[in-house]
Write a protein that binds this ligand. Structure first.
Ligand SMILES: [Zn+2]
Ligand SMILES: [Zn+2]
Length: 118
């Protein structure tokens, strides 16, 4: 019997996490070069250490869709970014039929939504 190689698994997970962090840092930096450091919703300006609160939102919600012209990016502050995502979840829930809801029960977001509605 072979024991699962946890050290190796940990390395794989750490590597995957590093890759996604690098990717994220990559498009954030590019978005910050393209756009003024202003939240696209509440129009607050950011600079210095506060700049950490300005995040990159993907308009089509696909984090792998990062066109060089920045057309899929929008700079949003943490709060507006949060709002933007909960708004989309609400809309998705409203438009979803009962059958689709059954199919989507594995989705952690729809499970959360169900809890919030109660
Ligand atoms: Zn904002
Ligand atoms: Zn987003």
């Amino acid at each position: 019997m072979t024991k699962p190689d946890h050290a190796r698994l940990d390395r794989v997970v750490a590597e995957a996490r590093k890759q996604s962090e690098l990717r994220e840092a990559g498009y954030r930096e590019r978005a910050l070069k393209l756009y003024p450091w202003i939240c696209g919703r509440c129009a607050r300006e950011f600079s210095g250490v506060r700049l950490r609160e300005l995040t990159v939102h993907h308009k089509d919600h696909n984090h792998d869709n990062n066109p060089a012209d920045g057309s899929n990016w929008e700079l949003l502050c943490l709060y507006c970014h949060d709002n933007e995502h909960s708004r989309v979840l609400e809309e998705a829930g409203r438009h979803r039929s009962a059958d689709q809801q059954k199919l989507a029960t594995h989705n952690p977001f729809s499970a959360l939504q169900g809890l919030l509605k109660k």
